[in-house]
Every structure is written in structure tokens, then in C-alpha cells.
Design a protein around this ligand. Structure first.
Ligand SMILES: *[C@@H]1O[C@H](CO)[C@@H](O)[C@H](O)[C@H]1NC(C)=O
Length: 259
């Protein structure tokens, strides 16, 4: 019996090892629950309840910042929040809209192996930023369908990343727009500006400088790729582009861009 137990234990350890270095925070449930603590912290303007790693870094609009004095210290009445989970990288992406802030916020959260928050990386647009109008953005996105993509219609992480990259490459690569699988019902929401279908007017190269410093959070189940970047093709603008892909085709594009 003791021997059987030790064999079972050894088997359990072997299975755990095979499964790789996943931590508790890397299941979808845990990533959503942890993101909810961030959302509540932002609503309260109080980050003290967040579980931060010893090496924690807070970034706001592509610059290192202090969580104690940054946006997270400012209570926001949230009209909208939506999160996607990247279980492969142990990260999540959340979009927030506060019409009274007013703010539209795009945040990636990165976790360490112990499940503590290693990095909060946030792009926060407000009055004066590119096409900014939080109430209008809310109006456009609030009834959008972000339910799970049926399993047979999902696309791979690599395909989602390629779509995100092709999108950001359109300003420097004249052929990039044609590499994107546009859906016929595609809707592009850039602040207060909506373009339907997405492919109606598209950039076809022309800029010398590629959009750089790209950070990706990818959720195959929700068909989402979010890329935070520096929108260098038009200016060094802190930016978030999130793309939802359904059945292999682009359905929504949401941007948050600072100027
Ligand atoms: C986030 O949105 C959900 C609905 O999707 C809502 O139930 C929850 O209260 C919101 N959280 C905050 C802190 O506003």
C-alpha cells in the first residue's frame, strides 16, 4: 500500500512536471478573478488590495510610473469592463470605459509564477486624445458580442498574432491590408469614430517608421489579440489595438490611442 502510494505520488509529480510551469493564476478562471481585483481597485482608486510581486512594475502610457500616484489611485465610475485571458503567457487584457472620468483604458496584466502581479501595463486615453469620446465609444461597444468563439471556429495564437501584426504594419507595408481576413460584418471603433465595414478605408503604407514596442495578449477562446505598442508610424503615440476574430474573420477592431 505504501509502495502503491509512492508510485501514485511519483506519477502525480511526473504529470505535474509534464504540464509545465503553470501557476494557479494561469487558468482562465484565476486570470478573470485576478483581473476583477484590478477592476475593483480602479473603481475604488485604491491598489492596496492587489497582490503585487516583489519585482512589480507599473507602466502607464508606455512610461514607467508610480502605482500610488498613477491612474490606479484615481477612483473611476466604470460603465464598462471586459477582460480576455492569455493562459499561455499568464497574462490578461482588460478594457475599461468611464464616461464620467472620462477615460477609456486598455490594460495588460502580467503574472509571475506564484500568481502575483508582475506588471500592470496600461494605456489610458482621455479628453484631447485621438478621436476621444468615452460616451460614444461606450455606445458603440456596449452591445457587441464577446461570447466564446465555438471551438471549431477558433484560430491559433499564431494566426491571431499575425492578424494583430498585419494590422499594425498597414502604415508601413502597402501589402499588409490584404493579408488581413476582414469579415463582411467587421466594425472598427476608434474612439468616437466607427468604420463599417472595417476594410472601407485602410492605410496602404507610406510611413517610414514601423509601429514598435509591441506587447501581445492573446485569447484563442474569445478570439482576441490585443497589442499595446508605440504608434511610431504617425507619432510616438501610446496605443492599444484589440482585434476580435470570429470564424477566422475580423469582427471588431478597438483602438485606444494617446496624442
Ligand atoms: C465588471 O463588469 C461586470 C459585468 O460584465 C460587472 O458585473 C462588474 O460589476 C463590473 N466590475 C466593476 C468593478 O465595475
Amino acid at each position: 500500500m505504501a509502495r502503491l502510494n509512492s508510485i501514485l505520488t511519483a506519477t502525480a509529480i511526473a504529470i505535474a512536471t509534464l504540464a509545465g510551469p503553470t501557476s494557479a493564476a494561469c487558468t482562465r478562471e484565476d486570470l478573470f478573478a485576478a483581473a476583477e481585483t484590478y477592476i475593483s481597485a480602479q473603481a475604488a482608486g485604491d491598489s492596496s488590495s492587489l497582490s503585487l510581486s516583489e519585482t512589480f512594475e507599473y507602466w502607464e502610457n508606455n512610461a514607467k510610473a508610480d502605482i500610488a500616484t498613477g491612474l490606479l489611485s484615481k477612483p473611476l465610475k466604470l460603465d464598462y469592463n471586459r477582460t480576455t485571458a492569455d493562459t499561455t503567457q499568464c497574462a490578461s487584457f482588460t478594457e475599461l470605459i468611464a464616461t464620467s472620468g472620462p477615460y477609456v483604458v486598455a490594460t495588460q496584466i502580467w503574472y509571475d509564477d506564484a500568481g502575483a502581479i508582475a506588471k500592470i501595463d496600461t494605456i489610458a486615453a482621455t479628453t484631447g486624445d485621438l478621436f476621444f469620446n468615452a460616451a460614444q465609444t461606450l455606445e458603440y461597444v456596449k452591445d457587441h458580442d464577446w461570447s466564446e468563439v465555438p471551438e471549431a471556429e477558433r484560430v491559433s495564437r499564431d494566426a491571431l498574432k499575425d492578424i494583430g501584426d498585419a494590422y499594425l504594419d498597414m502604415w508601413t507595408d502597402a501589402t499588409a491590408a490584404d493579408k488581413i481576413p476582414w469579415g463582411t460584418e467587421c466594425e472598427r471603433v476608434e474612439g468616437s469614430m466607427r468604420t463599417e465595414p472595417c476594410g472601407g478605408t485602410l492605410p496602404r503604407g507610406g510611413s517610414a517608421k514601423a509601429n514598435g514596442n509591441r506587447r501581445y495578449a492573446i485569447d484563442e477562446v474569445l478570439g482576441s489579440v490585443d497589442v499595446l505598442c508605440s504608434f511610431d508610424s504617425l507619432g510616438p503615440w501610446p496605443d492599444s489595438h484589440e482585434i476580435r476574430v470570429e470564424g477566422g474573420k475580423v469582427r471588431y477592431v478597438y483602438t485606444v490611442t494617446l496624442m
